[in-house]
Design a binder for this molecule. Structure first.
Ligand code: MLT
Length: 283
């Protein structure tokens, strides 16, 4: 299924996104779901979710600044700045509210969006992501990685980093996919990859959002996810009033690719829960 891609000018650079609603055919707007990709990916990484959800929901899927077709933007310096870009896309489409679902770094940006625009956030899904800030060790690793990228170039850094995102089973069975993703990683500008590491390093703990914003939350991890360990997400899922959590057996950090059927079913369940909550609130 080919989807229309669009772009807006955001802080001086083109910001591209997929919109699954076919405006030319005069479709009426279903609920909007924003899918935000992680590091170092692009919007089309969600192709399996577009297939499963694209007919039920209006999916807005950006290529974050510096990824895919969207240019690197030196004027952005925080996860909040990236969230402002997402809001600008929604405003360009006259969309007032949406469910935000972010994978890993995309989850950090989704949380920044919820923090800044609570009234525009109907639900929040964290796929292999966390509201905790980086630990001191992780912060030190980020700064070291930024230096390594300076020395050897960002794409070289990705060669070792990307395979480590996947669980053992997927690595054994789908080596070609990982190879293709690693190849695609070679197109990134080093400054974009360094910017991502810097904003992830700088981001604050956002667990307070779970209490201050009473909406449904979804947490997803995998038993082999090193970057967003299941234990952290289980602990966080106890904070909000309404939360769903799943830990995928044998999945690494990329469950929506490693086990798409399970993740798509979970997303549909989560989005139906939000629809139910909203229709109750409307009564
Ligand atoms: C991602 O998948 O976006 C990154 O692994 C996130 C991170 O490094 O924290």
């Amino acid at each position: 299924m080919e989807h229309q891609t669009h772009s807006i000018l955001f802080k001086g650079q083109q910001l591209h996104f997929i919109d699954t609603m076919n405006r030319s055919q005069g479709q009426t707007a279903p609920g909007t779901v924003v899918l935000i990709h992680g590091f170092p990916e692009r919007g089309s990484i969600f192709s399996r979710q577009i297939k499963a959800l694209g007919n039920r929901y209006r999916l807005i899927i950006p290529d974050l600044p510096g990824s895919g077709s969207s240019a690197y933007n030196a004027r952005l310096s925080s996860t909040t700045d990236f969230a402002i870009g997402i809001k600008a896309i929604l405003e360009s489409l006259a969309i007032d509210e949406a469910v935000l679902i972010g994978h890993s770094m995309g989850g950090y940006i989704a949380l920044a969006f919820a923090d800044k625009y609570p009234a525009a956030t109907l639900g929040l899904g964290l796929l292999h992501s966390t509201a905790y800030a980086d630990s001191e060790q992780k912060k030190a690793n980020r700064l070291k990685a930024i230096q390594t990228m300076e020395q050897y170039g960002g794409p070289a850094f990705l060669k070792s980093m990307i395979p480590a995102l996947f669980g053992r089973r997927f690595k054994a069975e789908q080596g070609e996919f990982i190879e293709a993703l690693t190849q695609a990683g070679q197109n990134f500008e080093t400054s974009a990859l360094q910017q991502y590491y810097q904003i992830m390093h700088d981001r604050a703990d956002r667990t307070s959002v779970f209490k201050s914003l009473s909406i449904p939350y979804l947490f997803l991890s995998g038993t082999e996810d090193q970057a967003a360990p299941a234990g952290d997400l289980i602990a966080q899922s106890a904070i909000p009033d309404v939360a769903m959590i799943d830990v995928l057996e044998g999945a690494g950090h990329m469950g929506f690719i490693e086990q798409p059927e399970a993740v798509n079913a979970l997303l549909i369940e989560f989005l139906s829960l939000i629809d139910t909550v909203l229709s109750k609130d409307a009564r």
